[in-house]
Design a protein around this ligand. Structure first.
Ligand code: ARG
Length: 277
């Protein structure tokens, strides 16, 4: 064998192995790409789409409510400010979808919304089917009544034989059923409708979170916060996620952490209260 021939064979082997390594490279690259698209987490998808879709029930001032700003209907409230901070931290735009409270968890499950921010309490029952962030706000429940009845309705016993309005699918609905056996619970989808029913004497009381009762009472002189104590323990609001999105929950918790530590959430609550018309 002469040197030239050996050289040629060597060159052929080298270029062949280059071809193999190039195609090998190409192959592994495309497999990695395919794996990445199937492995995209919800959080990755949101960042790629540039949009965070939040579901809420905008009938709950100061948490979330409608307000006409320069003739345009807007949804505002401290939950919305928090949702905005989350979107900002993720570097995406915020889109709000307003629906009835009992439609929120189905919307989360079907992927119609990415998150639920609606003053939702992280109950054990809900935790079976969805995940929650850390609690970002705490309150107790209150009962609102017509101002003319304020002196007559002071305890749960005073609500015996009366109609108690509650929002469908809420913890308050459960309280009315479990702790007020003498009263007739009436469930509606929107708190705004319950308030109209209270004013029109279709219900005699409404259970909501204390800041909400205070807000409606401030706005309507014919509505007052009663002295009725439905329970003593404080419970919180948390953000709801479809199960199995741990990186997303972590990212949201880090925003909530920052807002809590800087006392910003309390400030958002005050701002929201000032904006209730
Ligand atoms: N905290 C209660 C619950 O989780 C009521 C929340 C109602 N929220 C609303 N935006 N209407 O069931």
């Amino acid at each position: 064998m002469n040197k030239k021939f050996v050289g040629k064979i060597l060159a052929a082997v080298v270029s062949l192995s280059m071809v193999i390594s190039i195609t090998g490279c190409g192959k592994s690259k495309s497999t990695v790409n395919a794996a990445q698209t199937t492995k995209d987490t919800k959080l990755d998808q949101i960042k790629k789409s540039g949009k965070l879709v939040v579901g809420t029930s905008a009938d709950y001032p100061p948490y979330e409510f409608h307000k006409s700003v320069n003739g345009n209907d807007k949804i505002i409230g401290f939950d919305i400010t928090i949702a905005n901070e989350i979107a900002k931290n993720l570097g995406v735009k915020l889109e709000i979808k307003d629906m009835s409270f009992d439609g929120l968890l189905p919307a989360l499950q079907t992927g119609n919304v990415d998150l639920v921010v609606a003053g939702m309490s992280p109950t054990d029952e809900r935790k079976k089917s969805i995940d929650f962030s850390n609690v970002y706000y705490k309150s107790i429940n209150s009962v609102m009544v017509r101002t003319e009845d304020k002196d007559k309705i002071k305890t749960i016993a005073d609500l015996k034989g009366k109609k108690v309005g509650v929002q469908k699918g809420t913890t308050q609905e459960q309280i009315a059923k479990d702790k007020m056996p003498g009263s007739e619970a009436k469930s509606l989808s929107k708190v705004t409708d319950l308030v109209l029913q209270l004013q029109n004497k279709k219900v005699d009381a409404i259970i909501v979170e204390a800041p909400v009762a205070a807000s409606y009472a401030n706005k309507n002189s014919n509505i007052s916060v009663s002295g009725v104590k439905v329970e003593n323990e404080e419970h919180g609001s948390a953000i709801a996620f479809k199960k199995g999105n741990d990186d997303f929950v972590k990212a949201v918790n880090s925003t909530l952490d920052r807002l809590t530590k800087s006392n910003s959430i309390n400030k958002f609550v005050i701002d929201a209260n000032n904006q209730v018309e």
